[in-house]
Write a protein that binds this ligand. Structure first.
Ligand code: IPM
Ligand code: MN
Length: 335
């Protein structure tokens, strides 16, 4: 039928409401996407958090998925489903762009940053032990293959968006072995990309500089280990108006999962107050990945126009008064 099938993981809490908004807007915009909804309620198999097989099969079949926030089940020894998804499909690079929305004022203007986060290891490896009561150890695992993969992805990405300058953000001054390996790997990979500039920055210094003048980062692509990317992407979101606005793409060799960076917001879930922008912009990253650029532009322009049109058409996180439904209708009107 000339449509692309995409796996939809609606997610928990506000995930249900924001996915519904995406579906309504896509239908109104005639985007050639058919959604295949899957349930990812985790199973605990041999003490390991496991995705339902139908969900895994769907993503492997469609190669592209859009995902709302998933709450981490508490108390039963589960690991985060968000991490389980990244690991299951070896989504080794997490791309997180962050761009000011014209017409939504924050203390920062013209923010246009992008960071790429290693997405499978580091402090997220889940290797922790109690040695004796009161003494614990959490292992930060850094491997050369995973570092090489995300760094090479970074170089390719930098070329593709015409920002031929990689900044490796690290703390090798303290984490001499782990971040040291990341830094050394970057120097090696850089030899394959003579046209891309490579520089290095300490994580604390990048945080300082980003909050002082983010425009210094508008022509570079930052690449960093997992936990640093987690923190720096929230920091970047804060510059433009918060987590309700920032998209992301979890990229693997074959499969990609696009997701909003924010959580399931149980405090406002079910009340019709959630901002679907982050999921909508994630879906635009997805459309561009599928070479549906015109559809991506159409949705993105309508979303940005809606936010710029004033507080009556913005959700509460952007100091507006709009419900999710009202915002959705405005986006449709602006298509
Ligand atoms: C993110 C989130 C996740 C992370 C959580 C929900 C596990 O904060 O995507 O940034 O820590 O990576
Ligand atoms: Mn995070």
């Amino acid at each position: 039928n000339g449509k692309y099938t995409v796996t939809m993981i609606e997610g928990d809490g506000i995930g249900v409401e924001i996915s519904k908004a995406v579906k309504e807007i896509y239908a109104a915009a005639d985007v050639p996407v058919e959604w295949e909804d899957v349930d990812v309620t985790p199973l605990l198999i041999n003490g390991k958090t496991t995705l339902p097989q139908e969900a895994v099969d769907s993503v492997n079949r469609n190669l592209v998925a859009l995902k709302g926030p998933l709450a981490t089940p508490v108390g039963k020894g589960h690991t985060s489903m968000n991490l389980t998804l990244r690991r299951t499909f070896n989504l080794f690079a997490n791309v997180r762009p962050c761009k000011s929305i014209v017409g939504y004022k924050t203390p920062y203007e013209n923010v246009d940053t992008v960071l790429i986060r290693e997405n499978t290891e580091g402090e997220y490896s889940g290797i922790e032990h109690t040695i004796v009561p009161g003494v614990v150890q959490s292992i930060k695992l850094i491997t050369k293959p995973a570092s090489e993969k995300v760094i090479r992805y970074g170089f390719e990405y930098a070329k593709s968006i015409n920002k031929p300058h990689i900044v490796i953000v690290h703390k090798a001054s303290i984490m001499k072995l782990s971040d040291g390996l990341f830094v050394e790997t970057a120097k090696e990979v850089a030899k394959e990309y003579p046209d891309v500039k490579l520089s290095f920055e300490l994580l604390d210094n990048t945080s300082l500089k980003l909050t002082q003048d983010p425009s210094e980062y508008k022509d570079v692509v930052m690449v960093m280990p997992n936990l640093y990317g987690d923190i720096m992407s929230d920091l970047s979101s804060g510059l433009i108006g918060g987590l309700g606005l920032t998209p992301s793409g979890n990229m693997g060799n074959k499969v990609s999962i696009f997701e909003a960076v924010h959580g399931s917001a149980p405090d406002i879930a079910g009340k019709g107050l959630a901002n679907p922008t982050a999921l909508l912009l994630s879906s635009c990253m997805m459309l561009r990945h599928m070479s549906l650029n015109a559809d991506a532009d159409k949705i993105e322009n309508a979303v940005l126009k809606t936010i710029a049109s004033g507080p009556a058409n913005r959700t509460g996180d952007l100091k507006g008064t709009a419900t999710t439904q009202h915002f959705t209708e405005q986006v449709i009107a602006n298509l």
